[in-house]
Design a protein around this ligand. Structure first.
Ligand code: NAP
Length: 291
């Protein structure tokens, strides 16, 4: 598959998001493992997870453990796969998402994630979402310490506005490698953050790149131009959305979620889909993006 770079590490242009395998509506473990193996078969070498991708109480890290198991049980080496996880959110099992950005909490959470992933150092650790009760720079300071201590190899942020991205990079002494924000045809208002991120030499990782778990299937119906371009190429509208995202910058690495092998196999093909300048202009205009 076409390669892109996150902090100097080569990864597949299309990644895999692990959330649908571990939250409400998740499939059984065997189907999730099959989906991760299908991603690897398709050349995916970048997998996004979080310690908060769980559903029930007392199963923090459900998705991290699943990914570790799938990588262990894959038939050949997975040493080249970059697994990115996140800390700073907690799912207590009642359906809610709570925030904890205290530095001491984040440092312990990262060490617990490393244990679950079965690695000495986490490839990419991302601060999940700002905690309004803690100064943002204090939370990011924990990531700086984790880098210095070798608990994590690279640091990223998620759900960050431009001022937060700039502040995080400052606290990290220029070592911020990625920003993971929501971005899709359905949610394109973060294009300015995408631009700022890539213009400053970092990777931008669109989350819910197909519009989110419950909307992804209807992408072609909700966004007619994407549906029309898909029909013209004989591919899925989801592939068109991912190819359009890839076209915005070489530093964009979408992470479509999947709980079925067929979904990620189809999404991975977006890396080989070329769209014409006219098609890209029509897609841009349909969602209000000006390059
Ligand atoms: N940082 C954050 O705050 C944050 C928030 C949300 C998500 N994320 C990350 O971003 C990842 C992606 O977001 P998401 O999972 O919420 O939404 P998404 O990627 O927009 O949509 C996921 C859904 O799309 C379906 N799908 C995937 N490829 C498809 C294809 N080619 N054709 C048809 N359907 C397809 C999958 O269906 P099946 O389940 O049937 O396979 C899956 O449930 C997450 O998994 C997570 O890693 C991060």
């Amino acid at each position: 598959m076409q390669q892109r770079v996150i902090g100097g590490v080569a990864v597949s242009a299309i990644g895999l998001g692990g959330m649908p395998m571990s939250i409400e509506g998740r499939p059984d473990r065997a189907r999730s493992i099959a989906a991760i193996h299908a991603a690897l078969d398709s050349g995916v070498t970048f997998i996004d997870t979080a310690d908060a991708y769980n559903m029930l109480a007392n199963e923090t890290g459900h998705n991290e453990s699943l990914i570790a198991e799938a990588l262990r049980s894959y038939g050949s080496s997975t040493d080249h796969v970059l697994v990115a996880t996140k800390g700073g959110l907690i799912r207590p099992g009642d359906g809610s998402w709570r925030r904890d950005g205290h530095p001491d909490y984040l440092k312990e959470a990262a060490k617990a994630s490393a244990r679950r992933l079965g690695v000495e150092a986490i490839g990419l650790y991302q601060f999940h979402r700002a905690d309004p009760t803690v100064a943002y720079t204090d939370s990011i300071g924990a990531l700086a310490e984790l880098l210095d201590e070798g608990v994590i190899r690279m640091a990223g942020v998620s759900n960050a506005e431009i001022a937060m991205i700039a502040a995080a990079n400052e606290v990290l002494g220029g070592r911020l490698v990625s920003v993971q924000n929501q971005f899709s045809p359905r949610f394109a208002t973060t294009y300015q953050e995408l631009r700022y991120t890539v213009d400053n030499g970092m990777a931008f990782l669109p989350w819910s790149p197909l519009g989110g778990i419950s909307s992804a299937g209807a992408l072609g119906a909700r966004h007619a131009v994407f549906g029309e371009v898909a029909t013209a190429h004989g591919v899925s509208p989801q592939q068109v959305a991912l190819a359009w995202e890839l076209s915005l910058s070489d530093a964009v690495v979408p992470i479509p979620g999947a709980s079925r092998p067929e979904s990620i196999t189809d999404s991975a093909k977006a890396a080989d889909l070329s769209l014409s300048a006219d098609e890209l202009a029509a897609l841009d205009a349909s969602v209000g993006v000006t390059r």
